[in-house]
Unconditional design. Structure first.
Length: 114
């Protein structure tokens, strides 16, 4: 038994799609997906400008040292490790002996031996 074919189906012409066209469409869709995804990601290694909030700074046991030395040590150590937290506050390094000593100690100890 054959089912009746509607008038719409009879009038519709089928256009054959070649394999190359299908692959091209798929490539275009995938490119768009990756392009949009790439534009929306933010680098994890980007550091916000200015000093870090206390809660996001790496923790080191520097009990008994001055706050300036602690800041310098953390900055120097993180710079030696090449993390996103590493920086050298040039103004403070030039003006504050405690910061400078902390930065130098942190950098040299965390760099390790070559």
């Amino acid at each position: 038994m054959q089912l009746p074919i509607s008038a719409d189906r009879r009038q519709r012409k089928r256009i054959p799609i070649r394999q190359g066209e299908t692959a091209m469409r798929l490539s275009a869709v995938l490119f768009l997906i990756f392009f949009v995804a790439g534009c929306t990601t933010i680098g994890q290694d980007q550091r916000p400008s200015g000093p870090l909030p206390t809660s996001t700074r790496p923790a080191y046991n520097l009990t008994g040292y001055s706050p300036a030395f602690k800041d310098g040590y953390i900055d120097g150590c993180e710079t030696a490790k090449k993390t996103s937290y590493g920086l050298k506050n040039e103004r403070r390094f030039a003006a504050d002996n405690q910061y400078r000593m902390g930065w130098n100690d942190g950098f040299s100890l965390c760099r390790g031996k070559p």
